[in-house]
Design a protein around this ligand. Structure first.
Ligand code: FAD
Length: 321
């Protein structure tokens, strides 16, 4: 069975949930191998959890020489690994759809002369290459596609699969990449740690609770429901532009794209630009006091009512469980 490489997305050695989702997808396509780029001891430590989610092999690329540089060295290391696997190459390389992941994928595709598909929301086995599903043009079209040249390089949005435990050997194999000077031309000079809210990251969260202009600026009911559900907090642009929440919360065409298992939109009308960022969510619930609000056209469940009444009632019911 061919190897499927999964680039591990981690923060200081702690593997992020989307990587486990990619391993679950990789298992459908072939034999999952994780690629950990970072300190060797962190890679060894991460191998246990990567193996638990199906990685048969964990390639550890020691990053002492490239730590602190932007993405080019990572793409170079991955390209060398693809080449090393040789003979037909890996069946695919899967990378999480983050800005960094997409840049690595693009560089890797050029280096290996391969086709690239970004922002897949589903990947299934196909004839000759995996078949991907993408939602494009603000969600107005669903495209199925596959790579026809080289190694399929695919970036996959968080929440495209439920991470499933499936014991893999998790055998660690050190991989020594030779990084060119040309790849070491952009270095990070300062990294500001993000303020920690204790909530999951918006684009990775399995549940997102978003508020819009209908909150009137009071996000307390949104935050309380989010905390009861272990969810991230999102917002419409109207809420962001009003200065009620930071821009990092914005979901939509000019904000973040989310694809959680559950999206709750409270006091949001459902403008096309907001939909563009959330309509691939698996289940959508809206709370709006206007029963003709466009958001109700795409929901799985709708509640017509005042969010300041409905949300606290829902939060209380959940907290009592
Ligand atoms: P509104 O459209 O004003 O809707 C508020 C809703 O709340 C209404 O449906 C109302 O019935 C309901 N409501 C009021 N009070 C209550 C209550 N007490 N309880 C329950 N319901 C209540 N928007 C985005 O969100 N994301 C983007 O990325 C984005 N990008 C854009 C890019 C461009 C180029 C442009 C032109 C626009 C963009 N917009 C974006 C803006 C978008 O067009 C809408 O203006 C915006 O989404 C509206 O936000 P809203 O739904 O919160 O507000």
């Amino acid at each position: 069975m061919s190897e499927v490489l999964v680039l591990v997305d981690h923060a200081d050695g702690v593997v992020k949930k989307p990587t486990f989702e990619l391993l679950t997808i990789a298992k459908r396509l072939g034999e999952p191998s994780a690629v950990f780029i970072g300190p060797a001891d962190a890679g060894m430590a991460a191998a246990e959890s990567l193996g638990r989610y199906g990685a048969e092999k964990v390639y550890v690329v020691e990053d002492a020489e490239i730590a602190g540089f932007l993405v080019a060295p990572k793409a170079e290391a991955l390209a060398q690994l693809v080449e090393k696997i040789g003979e037909g190459g890996p069946a695919a390389v899967l990378i999480t759809s983050t800005p960094e992941g997409k840049e690595i994928a693009a560089r890797l595709a050029i280096k290996t002369g391969s086709g690239l598909i970004t922002d897949a929301v589903d990947v299934q086995p196909g004839d000759g290459a995996p078949v991907t599903t993408q939602s494009v043009f603000a969600g107005n079209y669903t495209v199925t596609a596959k790579v026809t040249q080289g190694t399929p390089i695919i970036t996959v949005k968080p929440n495209a699969a439920n991470p499933e435990e499936s014991a893999g050997a998790g055998t660690v194999e050190a991989f020594a990449a030779t990084i060119s000077e040309a790849a070491k031309t952009a270095k990070i000079v300062a990294a500001q740690p993000r303020e920690k809210s204790g909530r999951p990251e918006l684009t990775e969260a399995a549940i997102v609770v978003s508020g819009g202009r209908g909150t009137g600026g009071d996000f307390a009911p949104i935050e309380a429901l989010a905390d009861a559900l272990g969810a991230a907090v999102g917002a419409s642009r109207a809420a962001v532009d009003s200065g009620w929440v930071p821009h990092t919360y914005q979901v939509g065409q000019t904000g973040k794209t989310v694809s959680p298992q559950l999206y709750v939109a409270a006091g949001i009308s459902g403008a096309i630009q907001h939909r563009a960022g959330m309509q691939t969510s698996k289940t959508i619930i809206a709370i709006n006091k206007d029963d003709e609000a466009p958001i109700f056209e795409l929901v799985d469940f709708g509640v017509v009512g005042d969010l300041h009444t409905v949300l606290p009632a829902a939060t209380d019911a959940i907290n009592q469980r």
